[in-house]
Design a protein around this ligand. Structure first.
Ligand SMILES: [Zn+2]
Length: 238
């Protein structure tokens, strides 16, 4: 049995009822969950799992095969299998991650559309993130220019659509090819796609806000060269 990943269909669910399917010292597996397992540069969720008579803190969430493993804080006793529980994420942290993740996609769309540079990597924490680009040059002025374009685009309030595309269709979509959709393992079909209308489209498993105005404003706090064709930009949410 695999965990039903409610977060992939509705990123705004802060909690769910569920049943423990497996309990070990490393963590808990549930039949369904709102906890996002770390991946694609987005950290795993933290929160609590409670049941009548008990509660444990969840320090991290990771994928384990098709299951989602809720990693326990040290020294806690998990409930046994078959216990009905309530799983609740730390919503403020997650919402900040959703805003941050959507900001990164918008940033990658703008840098590609206006400067023709692809993304080579990225990572985020709540409210702060970095993104690496195949750019030849980078400067503070460039950072300021991109910051202005990014904030203007976010304020236009582009809707963010979450969809599932048949693999063959995804592989034929030029927008998705530029973000290396062809590197997704063969067995993944359909492919989950995040489409920020008019700004950016990419295959992605993460959680996002509904529209770009919800991101707020973003500052480009650092631009640095890490080598030839390897330039890094750091951003912070206001
Ligand atoms: Zn992403």
């Amino acid at each position: 049995m695999t965990t039903d990943d409610l977060y992939s269909r509705d990123a705004y669910l802060p909690s769910t009822d569920a049943t423990v399917t497996e309990a070990t010292d490393e963590g808990l597996v549930l039949d369904r969950t709102v906890f996002y397992p770390r991946g694609g540069g987005q950290p795993g969720d933290t929160g609590t799992i409670s049941w009548p008579g008990g509660e444990v803190r969840i320090a991290d969430t990771v994928k384990r095969g098709a299951d989602v493993l809720h990693v326990l804080d040290d020294g806690q006793t998990p409930p046994p299998a078959n216990t009905p529980v309530t799983a609740t994420i730390d919503w403020d942290r997650r919402h900040r991650l959703m805003r941050t993740h959507t900001a990164l996609h918008a940033l990658s769309g703008i840098v590609f559309t206006d400067y023709g540079a692809r993304v080579t990597g990225g990572n985020m924490e709540p409210g702060v993130a970095r993104m690496d680009f195949e750019l030849e040059q980078i400067s503070q002025e460039f950072g300021r220019e991109v910051e202005q374009k990014l904030n203007a685009a976010l304020a236009e309030d582009h809707p963010v659509h979450v969809g599932l595309l048949p693999r063959a269709e995804a592989l034929a979509d030029p927008d998705l090819i530029r973000t290396k959709v062809n590197l997704i393992p063969d067995h993944v079909d359909p492919i989950r796609v995040i489409d920020i209308e008019g700004l950016d489209k990419q295959a992605d498993g993460g959680t996002h806000v509904r529209s770009t105005a919800e991101v707020g404003t973003v500052r480009v706090v650092k631009t640095e060269s890490k080598g030839k064709g390897f330039k890094r930009m750091r951003i912070e949410l206001d």
